[in-house]
Design a protein around this ligand. Structure first.
Ligand code: IMP
Length: 203
């Protein structure tokens, strides 16, 4: 059985990763479960560069028992066109890591207060990097297009989900049941693309 170690400390991401990759018969561990502590500087300019920084840092620290594990890492964020692509690769750090998303979401709504619906376009992007046991690197990317809403809506998901509306403005990704979000989300798309690379189309 393949062991996959996911280089994240984010519990929300781990939950979505297990929901999506659970069906492929691999053992999925967070880096903490594998006994690895890693927090490299995410100083890349692109989502792909940052995902590779995180995956490589964990690959280099693999303990002997996990030398054959595939290390995955993702880097994701919200790209708002009316904010010149911000918060983008800075999504987790924007306005400070400890600032609540309620405050961050309110700030984005405020920034866009005079922006008409057709210019409120935004997307969630997720790049996933894999470092294979022999050091080979792969990256894939998943995207979901949407628009910034006028208020927070919904209780599911996390982060910027309550203000991220589907393009027709009908629902936010925080209003979708988890299976539905995973089916269409940037992370769902990127994880399935990576699963196809690692396990083949059939899983
Ligand atoms: P990182 O990939 O850990 O650097 O952080 C990505 C950040 O982007 C998260 O902390 C959230 O702020 C945001 N983000 C990424 N994916 C999602 C999502 O599915 N919903 C809401 N916010 C997200």
């Amino acid at each position: 059985m393949k062991t996959i170690i996911f280089a994240t400390g984010n519990k929300d991401k781990m939950r979505e990763i297990r929901e999506i990759l659970g069906g492929y018969g691999a053992e999925i561990l967070s880096m903490r479960e594998a006994g690895i502590i890693s927090d490299p500087d995410e100083n890349g300019k692109t989502f792909e560069e940052n995902a590779l920084i995180k995956a490589s840092a964990v690959h280099e620290k693999l303990p002997e028992q996990y030398k054959d594990a595939v290390v995955l890492a993702d880097d994701s964020g919200l790209v708002v066109d009316a904010m010149d692509g911000m918060p983008g690769v800075l999504s987790a750090r924007w306005m400070g890591r400890d600032t609540s998303y309620h405050v961050k979401n309110a700030q984005i709504i405020e920034n866009l207060k005079d922006v008409p619906v057709e210019k409120r376009t935004a997307r969630f992007v997720d790049a996933i990097a894999a470092v294979l046991p022999d050091g080979t690197e792969k990256t894939v990317r998943g995207v979901i297009e949407g628009r910034i809403g006028y208020e927070e809506r919904g209780e599911n998901g996390f982060g910027y989900d309550p203000i991220f509306m589907l393009p027709d403005m009908s629902v936010s990704t925080a209003e979708l049941p988890p299976e539905e979000k995973n089916r269409i989300s940037h992370r769902g798309r990127a994880l399935r693309a990576m699963a196809a690379e690692l396990f083949g189309e059939q899983g």
